[in-house]
Design a binder for this molecule. Structure first.
Ligand code: RIB
Length: 330
């Protein structure tokens, strides 16, 4: 097989993040549960945006953050996601491309407004997310560049996009194309709410051997398996997928591939500023290792390094040189 054009091609919600400081009183006044994520409509997004303090904008979305992290590791990466033909859509395109990610999904004028996530960061580093999904949830099978999918070593998909029917069909088409081309498929469970809504569908993907690398955090792992014990859940889910990587916040991460197991403690950090994107950047590091054919141990270490970097500053995109942080691991 010839060397692929991309090491990783990611598909996900194309969301512009607007990140601002907030205090507990603001959250309380707005009736927001700290550290939660809620879906809002465009009118609520406009209202809340008007009340927030000064914010910074960046291309976000879970898989988009992972793509940005991969590019920061020097991995050839492309992203597919739907933006509208509006100002935020143009900002998204410029921002993600400036990070070295190929992003060629055409903007559309018939899908409402570009998605945005209003992220309120409190002094305890918690992020409270208010997400208007807009155009992102209109990603259709037509928008998937199947040649690019076939020409990517790993296809990476986010569970968040499994909710709406049309993007789900788009992802199924991408999986089929990747499989036909003999490429790997990686998938993140994204959120316990996603697992609760799509447990059967996610298990079907695993049973049909359509996923090679599965990402979960501890809560998602337990939700997927119905187990209450971490080890039992890990044994149960790892039996269904060639590589399983599980993040455990301050307890680090564990990865299992058949009879092989690797674990890593959380990287030491100087200060915790904003936990947005920690799981996304862990996936970036882990996939960087897998794309380069590194061991489970090296891949999980790269994941921990990238996650530790992103939680020490605002926003879900790496600011430090991840290649330098990886040193001779990569
Ligand atoms: O995983 C973090 C991401 O979730 C939300 O979708 C935001 O866009 C943020 O960048």
């Amino acid at each position: 097989m010839t060397a692929p054009r991309y090491d990783v091609l990611a598909i996900g919600n194309a969301i512009v993040d607007v990140i601002a400081d907030a205090d507990d009183a603001f959250l309380e006044a707005q009736g927001l549960d700290k550290a939660s994520m809620r879906l809002i409509d465009e009118a609520e997004a406009e209202r809340l945006y008007g009340l927030m303090g000064p914010g910074r904008e960046a291309s976000g979305g879970s898989a988009g953050n992972t793509a940005a992290g991969l590019a920061a590791f020097g991995i050839k990466t492309a992203f597919i996601g739907q933006v509208a033909d509006d100002q935020l859509g143009a900002i998204y395109r410029h921002d993600i491309r400036s990070l070295g990610v190929d992003f060629d999904t055409p903007a559309r004028g018939d899908v409402g407004a570009t998605a945005r996530c209003l992220i309120l960061v409190t002094a305890d580093a918690q992020r409270t997310m208010n997400t208007f999904l807009g155009a992102a949830q209109q990603l259709s099978p037509d928008a998937i560049d199947l040649d690019a999918v076939r020409d990517a070593g790993i296809l990476y998909l986010e569970g968040y996009l499994w909710d709406p029917e049309v993007p789900r069909a788009a992802m199924e088409a991408a999986i089929a194309a990747a499989r036909e081309a003999g490429r790997k498929v990686a998938f993140t469970l994204s959120d316990t709410f996603c697992v609760d809504r799509h447990r059967d569908g996610f298990h079907r993907l695993l049973d049909e051997k359509k996923v090679d690398i599965l990402f979960a955090n501890e809560a998602e792992l337990l939700a997927m398996t119905g187990e209450s014990d971490f080890e039992a859940a890990l044994a149960s889910l790892s039996a269904k997928v060639p590589v399983l990587a599980v993040t455990r916040s301050e307890q680090g991460a564990v990865a299992v591939a058949g009879s092989e197991r690797a674990s890593v403690p959380a990287e030491p950090i100087e200060r915790l500023v904003d936990t947005t994107g920690a799981g996304d950047l862990f996936a970036a590091g882990f996939l960087a290792g897998q794309a380069r054919g590194l061991s489970l141990e090296a891949s999980i270490r790269l994941g921990a390094i990238a996650a530790a970097e992103v939680i020490q500053h605002y926003g879900a995109r790496p600011e430090a040189d991840l290649k330098a942080l990886a040193g001779d691991i990569l």
